[in-house]
Each structure stands twice: as C-alpha cells, then as structure tokens.
Design a protein around this ligand. Structure first.
Ligand code: FES
Length: 363
C-alpha cells in the first residue's frame, strides 16, 4: 500500500465515508515528525481512505499493549479539522512515560495502531463576535493549536490571543508555524512565554511564569474573552486562579486535562450488600460475557478479560468510557465525567461503576 496515499491505494472509500472505530479501529501511521528535541507529531489515516470528522479540541484514545497488559492513552488532535483525510497528534516524551516513550521509540510510518475517537468536549463555543484567549502550557498546546489552525484554514474573522508557556525557547512547540500564521492572520495576537532563556540568550520577549501582572499586560481585555486552557495540572490551577482574579467568569473558562483525580470511594450500604455476589455482565456488540463482583468496577474486569472498552482516567473524570447500559443497575461514583441528562438517557461510566445486578452494556 502507498502509505502516503491510502485513499488511492485502497480505492474504495467515497468522500463521505467517515471513519468509524466501531467498524474498524485500526489507523495507519502516515508520518512522524520531530517538532522539538522531545516532541513528535504523529499523523494517522484510516486504512481504507475514510475521512475523519472531528472538532478542534477533541482527542483520540489510543489502545496499546505493554508487557501483555492493555494500556490506553488520550492524545489531543493538533491538526486542523478542515483537513479530514488524516489527523495528527503531538506527543511529548515524558521521563518514565510508558506510552509516550513507546510512541517516540517505536511508532514509525506504515505501522498500524488501534484507536477510538474523536472524543471530548473541549471545543470552542460558536457564535459571532466571540473573543478568545487560547492559553496553553507545554504539550497542552495541541488542542488549541488545532483551534488556531482551524481559524487559519477557514479564514474565519477572529479575535484571538494565543498564549503559550514553556520551559525555554527551544521547548516552544510549533513556534515557527505560529509565527507565520500570526503574520498573516489579522486578529491573532501571539505571546510566547518561556520560563527562562536557556539555550537562547537573545530571546527578545518577556520570560517567567504566567501571573496576574503578566496577563493584565498581555491581555488587557481578558475579562471579555472566553479562555480555553490546556496544560499540566499545576499550570491550569494557576491559570484558573489568575483568570478568575482578572474577571473571567466561570462560564467563560474551559479547560482540558487528562490528569486523574485521586478519590476515596464512599461506603454505601447497598454496595456492601451486593459485594459478595457475582454478576453476569454482557457486552452486546462484542458478544462477550464476563463475571464481575459487586466489589469490582466494570472497567477493571473488562480490561482483565480483554473486552474492548475505551478508557483513560479510570476515575470518572474524563468521560472516555461512557457506555449505554441496556439493562441492569450499577452503583456509580463519578467525578463529573458524565452529565445528568446522559445518565437519564441510560449512559454510565464503567470505570467508576460496580454492578448491583446482571448487566447488558452496548459495547
Ligand atoms: S475512563 Fe475516564 S470517565 Fe471512565
């Protein structure tokens, strides 16, 4: 197969055929590009020329196997949603990071990988006249890069401040491309904020960490903007505090994180009653049945049994594992990863749910 042109090579997908992970969850790696010393962009296409329909800010969940154990990781899409024949994710090598290191060291053009997506709700609100602050730290730049590429591709009239913080100038991902886009795109203001100038003493701009003083100076009208923020947990905690202090309402602040919260599960009498029992849990689409005790989460048993179920945080935060419960009852202790109206519509999060009866799950 010509991996640069899988559509031509496969030859049978029409322009309206959209990739559907329920039918075929394999993706073909088209290209690997070194962005910075420790960041690579991986570009994927479907194996049969299908297109991808996603929104800027969404992510894909990649399923891998490490030492015989299934592992899943979420990576935000960094490419523009207007380019539908392929999509890219941009991954920073993390010291000790099993999956990011595997991707960096092993994944090459031509290799296949399993994935589910697009997923996630970190998307820009639509509507005329909106002003944005796209705020990112480190590899958190990926979803907001997708947004700025979308704006550039569509020539959408924009009033966007793009602010990106990194350790040093050499850690600024997409620096050249963003500079070029900002030169052409009226309405885009770009601020890079390295913490130090290590490696580039001639750095012309300000340095340091984000602060209320810096934000006030760089984005004087911040209170009128919708803030889309992504970065490491500590960066986002600081950003959240600063933007609130500067008058951004809660409704106008959105953030993306794949960090799992550590939680203690409360004791519920009904769970104690069911704990000793074993329940039959059926995954209808995969025609699989497993046994899950009232003490275990559905996800943990499904993973051990090799049932395909997307997941990421395993703590009821991210919503990745959201599934339709066709029949049965569960005790679910989520952390915001599901909305009440979704629960009312019969959905649940297997990662934080223990069965209270036999279950049938649409997966
Ligand atoms: S895996 Fe994140 S909510 Fe279930």
């Amino acid at each position: 197969m010509d991996i640069r042109n899988p559509q031509a090579a496969a030859g049978y997908a029409g322009p309206d055929d959209i990739w559907n992970p329920e039918e075929d969850d394999a993706l073909l790696c088209l290209d690997v590009h070194q962005e910075t010393h420790d960041v690579k962009t991986f570009t994927f296409a479907s194996r049969d020329g299908k297109r991808f329909a996603f929104k800027a800010g969404q992510y894909f969940l990649f399923d891998l196997e490490q030492n015989g154990e299934p592992e899943s990781r979420c990576y935000s899409i960094s490419s523009s949603p207007h380019r539908t024949n392929a999509f890219s994710v941009t991954v920073k090598r993390v010291p000790g990071g099993k999956i990011s290191n595997w991707l960096h060291d092993t994944l090459v053009a031509g290799a296949a990988i399993r994935a589910n997506g697009p997923l996630g709700h970190f998307v820009r609100p639509t509507g005329p006249g909106r002003k944005f602050l796209l705020l990112s730290g480190g590899s958190g730049i990926t979803p907001v890069m997708s947004m700025v590429r979308e704006i550039a591709d569509s020539c959408e009239p924009a009033d966007v401040v793009f602010m990106h913080a990194a350790r040093t100038p050499r850690d600024l991902i997409f620096r050249d491309e963003l500079t070029l886009i900002a030169e052409k795109l009226k309405g885009l203001r770009l601020h890079f904020l390295p913490e130090s100038v290590a490696g580039e003493p001639s750095w012309p701009g300000l340095t340091g960490r984000i602060s209320a003083e810096y934000m006030r100076l760089a984005v004087p009208d911040i209170a009128e903007r919708i803030v889309m923020c992504c970065g490491p947990a500590r960066f986002m905690a600081a950003a959240r505090k600063i933007v609130a202090e500067l008058g951004v309402s809660e409704a106008n602040y959105r953030e993306e994180s794949f960090d799992a919260a550590v939680i203690d599960e409360p004791d519920l009498p009904i769970v104690e009653e069911a704990a000793a029992k074993l329940f039959q849990v059926e995954f209808s689409k995969q025609s699989r049945k497993i046994e899950v005790s009232g003490e275990q989460t559905v996800l943990s048993c499904a993973k051990k049994a090799g049932v395909r179920l997307p997941s990421s945080c395993a703590n009821g935060v991210c919503g990745t594992c959201k599934s339709k419960l066709v029949s049965g009852a569960v005790d679910m202790n989520h952390n915001g990863g599901i909305r009440q109206r979704e629960i009312d519509a019969g959905f649940f999060l297997p990662c934080c749910s223990k069965p209270l009866s036999d279950l049938v799950i649409e997966r």
